[in-house]
Design a protein around this ligand. Sequence first.
Ligand SMILES: [Zn+2]
Length: 199
Amino acid sequence: MFEHDPFPRYQPLLFEPARPAPYLPFEEIVAEMRAVHFPEIDGEIEVRLGTADPLAFVHVGFMHDAGHLIVFHPVLNHPGTPVEVVRFIAKHELTHIVSRGTHAGGEYDAHPPEFWAHERRVGPEHDAVWTWVRRNLGSCLRKGPDALSVTGRWRELRSGRREPYTPGLPFNGERWDRVCPGNGAQLALPASWRGRRIG
Ligand SMILES: [Zn+2]
């Protein structure tokens, strides 16, 4: 009876008495990002966790005309996922609500240049977040024709540690020989100091 419904998993959870508590407050994060960066969005936004292919996606008008659905992949639901990463992904999905895709040459483009411009305005941390995602979740991501998808290997990442999010460090992405020329020569003590007791 469901074969014509492409999203049966997101129907109301009639038989589940309580949803397991997520490590991160996904719903709150979406609400915060919406309030700060997208006050123009009307209506309701449902937030769920679900194992579809993308890291996250939005169905604009899925519930009704002004009722949207944002789904995060459970690989993000981990105590080591920095809140900044989920905030950025929430902003990416919210951008889809205000900046719709275009049809060019018969092809649908969900991320036209106007989309990326809007996303950069509300999420200048784009590169830092993607660096974190690639380093920490890269082993379960596969590049698809349109977007990255999460492979079944994500389960291997459920118990491992995750790095902190450190976009503010000035060394980020800098070459060692540039920040410390001569292999740190300016930090070295003179040879005559070696072995001298201090104090
Ligand atoms: Zn997108």
